[in-house]
Design a protein around this ligand. Structure first.
Ligand code: PGA
Length: 249
């Protein structure tokens, strides 16, 4: 059985002061649940504040929204996986659609970042997803499969077993238009098939999260869909009480 994963992607929201306040409220609402995994992806500057708030709560983990593929050097504005790990991160988002489409990161960049995660002891959450025109052209599966194959290209089957995949259709992110549970499930099944091709047993264990306009109203139905093992949530994770009600669903 895969344990459901609830991941909050705060994007460029919540500095350290807001993050501390958020965590105070959230922890008052969310008792330990051993049957689910809750993850926070704050901005890098708020990460130490979140790690500090969770000192007594090792059941909740923290990650970074992005890393560079090099370990150190002259890359102004970037952070490396080893720096993130040192600051208390255990996970990293890689290939988020905003990185791909706003910051023009390629599949090759994404693969290098996935490799850097393994080198530095971070668990990557590899994000994949099609644009609206690709869905309308019937190319969803081929786009997602390509992103997945390229993103995993440096890994062996044992490594793949230690990561998480997130399916986030670009047209659903921040738009209020979520994929239906059936649509999400169909793509998750294609991802699962691809993972099983690499390793029948280990491919079955990899959590596949859905992301894109998840909210209190649709979270439970999405989570019940076959092969949806968790949720990656942006906008609806910014309010502590709202997020705790999604996580407790
Ligand atoms: P959203 O973002 O929940 O605001 O649509 C999800 C994401 O980008 O991870």
């Amino acid at each position: 059985m895969r344990r459901p994963v609830f991941a909050a992607n705060w994007k460029m929201n919540h500095g350290p002061t807001d993050a501390r306040e958020f965590m105070r409220t959230f922890l008052a609402h969310y008792a330990r649940h051993s049957d689910r995994l809750v993850l926070f992806f704050p901005s890098s500057v708020a990460l130490p504040a979140v790690v500090e708030s969770l000192r007594e709560r090792s059941d909740i983990r923290v990650g970074v929204q992005n890393i560079h593929w090099e370990d150190k050097g002259a890359f102004t504005g970037e952070i490396s996986g080893s720096m993130a790990r040192d600051a208390g991160a255990h996970y990293a988002l890689v290939g988020h659609s905003e990185r791909r489409h706003v910051f023009r990161e390629t599949d090759e960049d994404t693969a290098r970042k996935v490799a850097a995660c393994f080198r530095t002891g971070l668990v990557p959450i590899l994000c994949v997803g099609e644009k609206l025109e690709q869905r309308e052209a019937g190319a969803t599966e081929s786009v997602v499969t390509r992103q997945l194959r390229e993103g995993l290209s440096t890994l062996d089957a044992a490594q793949v077993a230690h990561m998480i995949i997130a399916y986030e259709p670009v047209w659903a992110i921040g738009t209020g238009k979520n994929a239906t549970p059936a649509d999400a499930s169909a793509v998750h099944a294609a991802i699962r098939h691809e993972l099983r091709e690499r390793s029948p047993e280990k491919g079955a264990a990899v959590p596949i999260l859905y992301g894109g306009s998840v909210n209190r109203g649709n979270a439970a139905a999405l989570l019940e869909a076959p092969d949806v093992d968790g949720l990656l949530v942006g906008g609806a994770s910014l309010d502590a009480e709202g997020w705790s009600s999604i996580v407790c669903a």
